[in-house]
Design a protein around this ligand. Sequence first.
Ligand code: PRP
Ligand code: MN
Ligand code: MG
Length: 185
Amino acid sequence: LKDIEQDLAGVLHTEEELHARLEELAREIERDYEGRSILLVGVLRGAVMVMADLSRALRRDVEMDWMAVSSYGSGTTSSGVVRILKDLDTDLTDRDVLIVEDIIDSGLTLSWLQANLRSRGAASVEICTMLRKPDALKVEVDVRYCGFDIPNDFVIGYGLDYAERYRNLRGVAVLAPHVYASADD
Ligand code: PRP
Ligand code: MN
Ligand code: MG
């Protein structure tokens, strides 16, 4: 995107790399869920790109539903307390649920969400995330499918935002420090 080139410190994963990795994960998922129906649960808003691409990489039928959650507390630090802004419309009883996320950062959102969905009587609740930051993890999260482990930098694109911007960048890039440094002025 021409108008944000100066905001990027470098590209971490190109669109082609993301898609190739999703194809690999899709083959694993097809094998693991053979003979069972799948409910993909996307976490708004970051997961929309992964959901769109993963679901179409799968050579089988899936259902899709969406949740929106929000961490209490200030914008940049997660507290671990999560509130549901938009709940699922689907009954999870005996369902095989695969949560689809763009990134696991502290892990607080996903560990809470996985426990919450498990408590609804699902047969299984697994996680597929495009990105994970091992150095930022505050709680262990049981991740079944992970695209890439990445350094603890501020990353944007492919659904990931900074102040709601940059989500439509096709690859994943590191945000240049001058962008968020100047935001506090
Ligand atoms: C981001 C990201 C994950 C979550 C990961 O969402 O999309 O959902 O944070 O952080 P955690 O592992 O530290 O809990 P965000 O709350 O920014 O909402 P968004 O998806 O609408 O951007
Ligand atoms: Mn999110
Ligand atoms: Mg965000």
